[in-house]
Ligand binder design. Structure first.
Ligand SMILES: O=C(O)[C@H](O)[C@@H](O)[C@H](O)[C@H](O)COP(=O)(O)O
Length: 250
């Protein structure tokens, strides 16, 4: 474990499997830290899939107090809720549908007429859950926010150079076009909404993440570097993703 100056806390794991297990431990630790109602914001993409399988597997499932945990999603592809590209559908299939009370699963609705309407509906749902229309810095919206980093440095559906990245008021925005595949419109939580958490946990694994991780380590002002928790921000990284020159360290 090490912390690089100016960067979030960096934790290096041997490989993707160890990384998913470390992420599952952190999910459990966040749950254990809150004796009340817990809000976890999940993410899409391929990186969290193993974590989701672990949380749905026998050794972890029974340890989760399902009746206290609510599950949200940080961004969504604007496709039907059962579509394999739908981020929440992936989480539901991997672990939520088997164990979580259905009222505790909070998908971004994609039946609205367009992503902007969908974003407004999700903002209302988040605000109703939180109990306020404004975020109180002393009371985070989420206990834990999971994140990934795309090849262009995007996170959630906040792409480099897009106006959504500069949003300071709204909690959720429509994103008309994605910068990477799948090139469908998106709906995304904004940086201030995502920041309102006790912990933001990035999972970044595999050799194909090395180029973007190198750029992030070099301090390029990309969305994945700008996304920070008001509490703790942690990058869980595996050896294969580490930039040349710092491999082998832990
Ligand atoms: O909807 C999405 O695609 C995501 O939420 C997105 O932000 C993802 O986390 C990154 O693109 C990393 O994706 P991978 O894990 O597939 O590399």
């Amino acid at each position: 474990m090490m912390a690089a100056a100016g960067l979030p806390k960096l934790i290096v794991e041997t490989d993707a499997e160890a990384l998913a297990r470390a992420a599952a431990e952190r999910v459990m630790a966040r749950i254990a830290a809150n004796p009340g109602r817990i809000a976890i914001c999940l993410t899409g993409g391929s990186s969290p899939k193993r974590l989701y399988q672990l949380l749905g597997g026998d050794s972890w499932r029974d340890k989760i107090p399902w009746e206290r945990v609510h599950w949200f999603i940080g961004d969504e592809r604007f496709v039907p809720e059962g579509d394999p590209l739908n981020n929440m559908a992936v989480a539901r299939e991997a672990f939520l549908d088997r164990s979580a009370p259905s009222g505790h699963i909070h998908p971004i609705p994609t039946t609205a007429e367009n992503p902007d309407r969908s974003a407004e509906a999700y903002a209302r749902e988040l605000q109703s859950f939180y109990g306020e229309e404004r975020l109180d810095p002393s009371r985070p919206l989420f206990d834990l926010v999971l994140m990934g980093a795309g090849p262009d440095g995007h996170t959630a559906s906040l792409f480099p150079g897009y106006p959504a990245l500069e949003e300071t008021q709204r909690w959720v925005v429509g994103v008309p076009k994605a910068n990477v595949a799948p090139f469908v419109p998106r709906v995304s939580l904004t940086l201030p909404a995502l920041a309102s958490c006790r912990e933001m946990l990035f999972e970044i694994a595999g050799h194909d993440k090395q180029p973007i991780l190198t750029r992030l380590f070099n301090g390029e002002n990309l969305p994945a570097l700008r996304a920070r928790s008001n509490g703790e921000t942690v990058w869980l990284v595996d050896q294969a993703a580490l930039p040349e020159g710092i491999r082998g360290g832990r």
